[in-house]
Design a protein around this ligand. Structure first.
Ligand code: PLV
Length: 320
């Protein structure tokens, strides 16, 4: 089998988060992947399976799936077209171009960009790379858990992650099943206004949001993938779906920068906010999470849609 494009990322114990949560907290540092996020695990795997003889790949993205597709395509010497919505910050467009990709800006939200990517795949004969809805992506993402299982001595008490279209969630659940950790609950975080998974869980069916009103644009799919919804219904693994505000997600990004010296984007801040906002304690008080909780595994999903300028722009916009 070809060598994967992703790296085995560091698993760091966070002293400050451990103090806050009162249980050991381990950070899986997916921000240190070559493309800046976990997305390269699934997209690298998918492209190795589907794009070896491709005349080009086309990926619709809020940013990070595109970064992964552009990186992988460059390594495979295949041209990449990345379709992003107009909400994508200029800094991401530039970073995609720096990876050698052609950037196509279409529509207002990811769903619009995806329609265009599917059209291009059809008319130009390009290989379509979905950002979150494909079994090969989930298989690639599942390696994040097998890596943890190989290095963490104790089974985690819970896994904390962010949900956009649900690809990471599906991959983590697959990984938990692969290593036999099916009794480990997953805390699935979204922001208000990019909450397609939470809406589906509440309604008991797939829900398409009218619009994406959150600034966490990389969580901004209007409909979660069917597999993620099915996992929430099957009860094979307990999934706790929770929301934070944009302000909480942004403030988590800042606290993480101060305390861990790592800059991540708001999509990742949504998961981190569960620690900093005290949500985990609330879940324990409500009996929805065990107390005491074993080690908490946080998937630090990362993201490239952030720099100091973007951070101050968001602070200004959200009045934090
Ligand atoms: N971002 C996707 C989907 O956007 C993208 O195209 O990049 N954390 C970060 C930093 C992300 O970029 C994403 C997804 C997620 C978390 C959520 O992952 P998902 O979509 O697999 O649930 C619209």
């Amino acid at each position: 089998m070809a060598r994967p494009f992703h790296l085995n990322t560091p698993l760091l114990e966070s002293v400050s988060m451990t103090q806050r949560v009162g249980t050991p907290v381990f950070l899986k540092m997916e921000n240190s992947q070559p493309s800046g996020s976990f997305k390269i695990r699934g997209i690298g795997h998918l492209c190795q399976q589907l794009a070896t003889d491709s005349k080009g790949v086309v990926c619709s993205s809020g940013g990070n799936a595109g970064m992964a597709a552009a990186y992988v395509a460059r390594k495979m010497c295949v041209p990449a077209t990345i379709v992003v919505p107009s909400s994508t910050p200029q800094l991401v467009v530039q970073r995609l171009r720096d990876q050698g990709a052609t950037v196509n800006i279409t529509g207002k939200v990811w769903d619009d960009a995806n329609t265009e990517a599917l059209r291009l795949a059809e008319t130009e004969g390009l290989t379509y790379v979905p950002p979150f809805d494909h079994p090969l992506l989930w298989q690639g993402h599942s390696t994040v858990i097998s890596e943890v299982a190989a290095s963490l001595e104790e089974k985690p008490g819970a896994v904390l992650l962010s949900v956009g279209g649900g690809g990471l969630l599906c991959g983590v659940i697959q990984g938990l099943k692969d290593v036999g950790w099916t009794d480990v609950p997953v805390i699935a975080m979204e922001t208000v206004g990019a909450d397609c998974f939470n809406a589906a869980v509440k309604a008991g069916r797939l829900v398409t949001l009218d619009d994406i009103t959150s600034e966490a644009k990389c969580l901004g799919a209007k409909t979660v993938c069917r597999k993620a919804f099915e996992f929430s219904q099957s009860g094979e693994i307990s999934i706790i779906s929770e929301l934070v505000t944009d302000q909480q997600a942004l403030s988590a990004v800042e606290t993480f920068l101060d305390e861990e010296r790592v800059l991540v984007e708001m999509a990742c801040g949504a998961a981190l906010a569960a620690v900093y906002s005290g949500l985990l304690h609330t879940l324990q008080d409500e009996g929805r999470l065990p107390a005491p909780l074993g080690p908490l595994l946080v998937i630090v999903c990362g993201g490239s849609s952030v720099d100091m300028e973007q951070l101050s722009h968001l602070k200004h916009k959200l009045h934090t």
